[in-house]
Design a protein around this ligand. Structure first.
Ligand code: ASP
Ligand code: MG
Length: 405
């Protein structure tokens, strides 16, 4: 008998037929005598719809009320999933995040999980019930409902797998697993049977939206091995786990494209100690996530700072910079939204050289211009014109022979 945590994403529980499909899958699994905890997301589209409604009644809704509202999406699907199970003779019980003992910090809309009291779930598992838990939500020490950031159901599943010492954690989604590139863009992309936490993290933060980044960080920290697989077939998916030596034989594991970034150029700031510090302090004080940064030193003692931020944060970033530029001098600030970030990722980069040269040559041969470059131990990211991004992904995929097993 194994203890298994499963998570079904929004498309897997997108309507009542799909919820019944999930219930049948759970029943099959339970027939094997396993203990099952199942985390579900809201129906796909529901969280966005709720957000739109919030905006329709109030321009700047408070984050407490947003959490109150958004948590209802998952509350619908837990109840329906439990009912669907009961309807086919499987004892099941639904839990909100609070009922599941998921305690978070106070930060509404992006709370962090602090502790999990697994006792109530353990009790129902012992009683032979399938426990269905609302993803994406928790409760803080003041008894307020919190949510864990977009895509947070993944985090709920990974955290519960750690807290319950599950034997297996399965993340069910609408794709078969993690691919070498987006198969809709790169026709000969292959599904990866396994990859390391670090590769998954870099891919997730580079635009491959299979899983929430924070959930992968959590899995790495607590050593939760998980499998990403489809709820629409029974094929094995991608196993994500700690790096093992043979993984380094492959230099590049995958290519990811992120079209949701924007490039901001702050021109003519004084080229002296403290300028960059003031610019990025202002951005960080406004909770803006900066990704790539490049500084060009110009003439006459001024420099240009170029960096990328999520497109949704450009307006706030520009606003945050106004007082800084007023104080230190410089400008203008220009925003370029029609860009894309392409990343190649692989733990093999640690021990192989020439990866950047191969990538840049392949792009040069395709006449694709590189606007920014940044690297980490296992990743090279570049910014290109958004209109050339898909082509760049295909070019990189071929250059690293990712089409070949
Ligand atoms: N329903 C939430 C969202 O759309 C959480 C999740 O689906 O993981 O972000
Ligand atoms: Mg998701």
């Amino acid at each position: 008998m194994a203890r298994i945590v499963q998570k079904y994403g929004g498309t897997s529980v997108g309507d009542t037929d799909r919820i019944k499909n999930v219930a049948r899958r759970i029943k099959e699994m339970q027939a094997g005598g396993h203990e099952l905890v199942v985390v579900v997301s809201a129906r796909s589209g529901v969280t966005n719809e709720l957000l739109a409604r919030a905006k329709a009644v109030c321009e700047f809704p408070s984050e407490r009320e947003l959490d109150m509202l958004l948590a209802t999406g998952e509350q619908e699907t837990i109840a329906l999933t439990a009912m669907a199970l009961q309807g086919i003779g499987v004892p099941a019980v639904s839990y909100t995040g609070a009922q599941a003992g998921i305690f978070t910090d106070k930060v509404h809309t992006k709370a962090k999980i602090k502790t999990i009291n697994a006792k109530p779930i353990e009790k129902d598992l012992k009683a032979g019930k399938v426990v269905i838990v609302a993803g994406f939500q928790g409760i803080n020490e003041e008894g307020q409902i919190t949510t864990l950031g977009r895509g947070g159901s993944d985090l709920t599943a990974i955290a519960l797998a750690a807290a319950l010492k599950a034997d297996k954690c399965e993340i069910y989604t609408d794709v078969d697993g993690v691919y070498t590139a987006d198969p809709r863009v790169v026709k000969d992309a292959r599904m990866l049977p396994e990859l390391s936490y670090d590769e998954m993290l870099e891919l997730a933060s580079s635009g491959s939206k299979v899983m929430q980044t924070r959930s992968v960080e959590f899995a790495k920290k607590y050593g939760v091995i998980f499998e990403v697989r489809s709820s629409f077939n029974h094929n094995p998916g991608t196993i994500v786990k700690e790096e093992v030596a043979y993984m380094e034989k492959v230099i590049v594991r995958g290519v990811a494209v992120d079209k949701d970034q924007a490039k901001i150029i702050v021109s003519n700031i004084p080229d002296k100690p403290g300028s960059a510090a003031k610019v990025f302090r202002a951005l960080s004080d406004s909770n803006i996530n900066v990704d790539m940064i490049v500084q060009n030193v110009g003439r006459q003692g001024v420099a240009n700072l170029t960096f990328t931020v999520p497109q949704t944060e450009t307006a706030r970033a520009v606003k945050a910079l106004e007082p800084v530029l007023a104080a230190i001098g410089g400008g203008p600030v220009t925003v370029h939204e029609y860009i894309a970030k392409l990343s190649v990722v692989g733990v093999g980069m640690k021990t192989h050289s020439g990866v950047a040269a191969t990538l840049f040559q392949a792009l040069a041969d395709a006449d694709i211009n590189i606007e920014l470059i940044s690297t980490s131990e296992i990743k090279i990211s570049i910014v290109v014109d958004q209109g050339r991004a898909d082509e760049a992904a295909r070019v990189a995929h071929t250059a690293f022979q990712l089409d070949k097993a």
